[in-house]
Design a protein around this ligand. Structure first.
Ligand code: 4UW
Length: 541
C-alpha cells in the first residue's frame, strides 16, 4: 500500500485502485442515467410536497440555463445561490452549470454583512434566493452590487419578493421557448465556488472544476463497492437536511445521489418535527448526517425504531464523532448494525469533498482513502513522511478531486497546495494496522460548530472593531451538542471595562447565530504570540 515517490515521499495508495470517470460536465453527468427512469420522482419538497420527475428536472435545468443566458449573463459569470434546501435550489445549481456559469453557494443563514463579503469576493453577476430570506439578501445586494444585477426569487411561501425581482418559475416557463445554450465549456472550467477558510484567515472562494466534482462522485462510487457499502436495490429515498450550500450537501449528497437515481426530499431547516414528519411519511433508505443529528436521533423522544425500518445506511461526517455516540444509538433502538449500517466519511471543501469513507465496524474511524485519492502523513515537527501505523502527522491528499486553488489568493493557494499537487488538509491523523484512519486533532485554525465552518480570523477582526478592544483571539472549545463553540480572549484598552455582555451584544446581528461566542469571553493581559505575531492557538487551548 505504501509507495515511495521520487522525492522519497511515502504515498499511501487507495486499496480501491483508480476510479475511471467520464469527461462530462457536471449537469450532464447528473442526468446521464435519468432516461432509464424519466417518470421517477427526483426532487420533492419535504414541507409543501412540490415534486419534479427526473424528466421534468432535467428539462427545467436546461430551461433555467437558457433563461440566465437570455438575461445577458456571459460564460463563466458567477451567480450567487443563497437559498435554503428546496427542489428549486437544486434546479438552480444545475441550471447555472447548464448555462455555462459558476455557482457560488452562500449560507442562507448569513447576515446581510456576511453575504456582502462573499458577493463581492466572488464578483457575483446575479443572485438566486428565496422569499423567506429575500429581504436580507436584497439588502446585501443593494449595498454592494449594481441596480441591474438580476435578482431571482424562488417562492418558498414565506415572505415576499422585493420590487424588481424575477420570479424563479419564470426562468423555467420562459426558457422553454429559448434556443438551447451553445456551451463552450470543458471539464477544466470552474463550475462551483463554495467558500472555505482553509487552514488560516478569512473565507476564500474554492475553485472547483467540472472534473473535480465528476471525478469525486466516481471515486466514491468505485469505492463503495470495494468497501461493501450497503446499497439499495431500489430507488434510494434520502432526506436532504444538510444544506446544499455546503460541499457535503452539494457533492456528497445532492449531485451524486441524483446521478444514481435517488429521490431527494428537501428540508429547508432542521426542525425536529419537520424532520420526523419526513421520516414518518417516506420509506427513507439512507440518512446523511453530521454529529449533532446523530445525537438528536439518539436523544429525541420523537424518534422511533420504525423510522429506521428501511434505512440501510447512516453516514456521518464534517466533524468528529465518538464511537460511544454510535454505540448509544444502536443500543437505544436495538437495531441490527449489519442491516442499518453506520459509516463515517471525511473530506473538505477543497477536495470536492470526499477523501475517506468508512470500511465497516470501527465507528470512530474515517475509514480509508477512496479510489484515486493518494495520501501522505507528514510529521508536523520534522516534516518527514510517516509510514508506520499509530504515528500522527498532518494529512495530505492528492487526486483529480483537488481544487484548482483559492480565487484571487495566490498566497493561500501556495500555502495549501504544493507544486506537485498535494493538498495540506490541516488535520492531524494516524492509521491503524488495517490502514483505517483516525482524525485526532486540527492543526488549522478552523472551528467547526455543528459541522459549519467558523473562521476565528473573522471573529477576531470583528472584535477588534469594538472601541474598547485592544486585541482579540478566538479558539474553539468542546461543546456537548455542537461539537465545538467559539471562545474569545480579549485584551481591553487602557481604562476600559467592557462586560462580557457588551462584547457579545456587539457581535450579535453582525454574524450568523452559529458563530456567536457561545464559549464565552475571558479578559486577559496579553495574547500569546510567536515572534512574527501569529497567535499561538495551541498554547491558548
Ligand atoms: N471527522 C473529523 C470527520 C470529518 C472531519 C470533516 O467544511 P469543510 O471544508 O468540509 C466538510 C466536509 C464534510 C464531508 C465530506 C465528505 C463526506 O463523506 C462527509 O461525511 C459523510 C463529510 O465538512 O470542513 C473540512 C474539515 O472538517 C473536518 C476536518 O477538520 C476537515 O478538514 N471534518 N469530516 N469525519 N473531522
Amino acid at each position: 500500500r505504501i509507495v515511495t515517490g521520487s522525492n522519497n515521499e511515502k504515498i499511501i495508495m487507495s486499496s480501491c485502485g483508480d476510479a475511471s470517470y467520464p469527461e462530462t460536465l457536471i449537469h450532464e453527468f447528473v442526468w446521464n442515467n435519468s432516461e432509464n427512469y424519466p417518470n421517477h420522482i427526483a426532487l420533492e419538497c419535504g414541507i409543501n410536497g412540490k415534486k419534479y420527475t427526473f424528466a421534468q428536472a432535467k428539462d427545467a435545468t436546461s430551461y433555467i440555463g437558457r433563461s440566465l443566458r437570455n438575461m445577458g449573463l456571459k460564460t463563466g459569470d458567477v451567480i450567487a445561490l443563497v437559498a435554503p434546501n428546496f427542489p428549486d435550489t437544486i434546479l438552480s445549481c444545475l441550471g447555472i452549470s447548464s448555462g455555462g456559469f459558476i455557482v457560488t453557494t452562500i449560507n442562507p443563514m448569513y447576515t446581510a454583512e456576511e453575504m456582502m463579503i462573499q458577493l463581492l469576493r466572488a464578483n457575483a453577476k446575479a443572485i438566486i434566493t428565496s422569499t423567506s430570506i429575500a429581504s436580507t439578501v436584497f439588502a446585501a445586494k443593494r449595498a454592494c452590487l449594481s441596480h441591474e444585477t438580476p435578482f431571482i426569487v424562488i417562492d418558498d411561501k414565506i415572505g415576499s419578493m422585493p420590487d424588481g425581482s424575477i420570479p424563479f418559475s419564470d426562468l423555467i416557463t420562459r426558457g422553454k421557448s429559448l434556443p438551447p445554450v451553445n456551451l463552450n465549456r470543458t471539464c477544466d472550467d470552474i463550475v462551483a465556488l463554495p467558500f472555505s477558510s482553509g487552514t488560516t484567515g478569512l473565507p476564500k472562494g474554492v475553485m472547483l472544476r467540472h472534473r473535480n466534482l465528476v471525478s469525486n462522485i466516481m471515486m466514491v462510487q468505485t469505492s463503495i463497492d470495494v468497501f461493501q457499502f450497503p446499497t439499495s436495490t431500489f430507488q434510494d429515498v434520502i432526506p436532504a437536511v444538510l444544506p446544499f450550500f455546503h460541499i457535503y450537501g452539494m457533492n456528497a449528497l445532492m449531485l451524486p445521489r441524483l446521478s444514481f437515481g435517488a429521490k431527494i426530499i428537501t428540508i429547508p431547516k432542521f426542525v425536529p418535527e419537520t424532520f420526523i414528519d419526513v421520516l414518518d411519511k417516506n420509506k427513507v433508505t439512507a440518512l446523511f448526517c453530521v454529529p449533532p443529528i446523530i445525537l438528536f436521533l439518539t436523544a429525541s423522544p420523537l424518534v422511533k425504531k420504525q423510522h429506521f425500518h428501511h434505512v440501510h445506511l447512516i453516514l456521518c461526517g464534517a466533524a468528529p464523532l465518538a464511537e460511544t455516540d454510535v454505540d448509544r444509538f444502536y443500543e437505544k433502538y436495538n437495531i441490527d448494525s449489519q442491516i442499518c449500517e453506520f459509516r463515517q466519511g471525511y473530506g473538505l471543501t477543497e477536495t470536492s469533498p470526499v477523501d475517506f469513507i468508512g470500511t465497516g465496524r470501527k465507528y470512530s474511524s474515517i475509514g480509508q482513502n477512496i479510489a484515486s485519492c493518494q495520501v501522505r502523513l507528514v510529521d508536523v515537527m520534522t516534516k518527514k513522511d510517516i509510514s508506520t501505523s499509530g504515528q500522527t502527522g498532518e494529512l495530505w491528499v492528492k487526486g483529480p478531486h483537488v481544487m484548482k486553488g483559492y480565487l484571487n489568493d495566490e498566497d493561500a493557494t501556495k500555502n495549501t497546495l504544493t507544486q506537485d499537487g498535494w493538498l495540506k488538509t490541516g488535520d492531524i491523523a494516524y492509521f491503524d494496522e488495517d490502514f483505517d484512519f483516525y482524525i485526532t486533532d486540527r492543526l488549522k485554525e478552523l472551528i467547526k460548530v455543528k459541522g459549519f465552518q467558523v473562521p476565528p480570523a473573522e471573529l477576531e477582526a470583528l472584535l477588534r472593531m469594538h472601541p474598547d478592544v485592544e486585541e482579540a483571539a478566538v479558539i474553539g472549545i468542546p461543546h456537548e451538542r455542537y461539537g465545538e463553540v467559539p471562545k474569545a480572549f480579549i485584551v481591553v484598552k487602557e481604562n476600559k471595562k467592557p462586560t462580557e455582555d457588551d462584547i457579545k451584544d456587539f457581535i450579535k446581528g453582525k454574524v450568523s447565530e452559529y458563530k456567536q461566542l457561545r464559549g464565552g469571553i475571558t479578559f486577559v493581559d496579553n495574547i500569546p504570540k510567536n515572534p512574527s505575531g501569529k497567535i499561538l492557538r495551541a498554547k491558548m487551548k
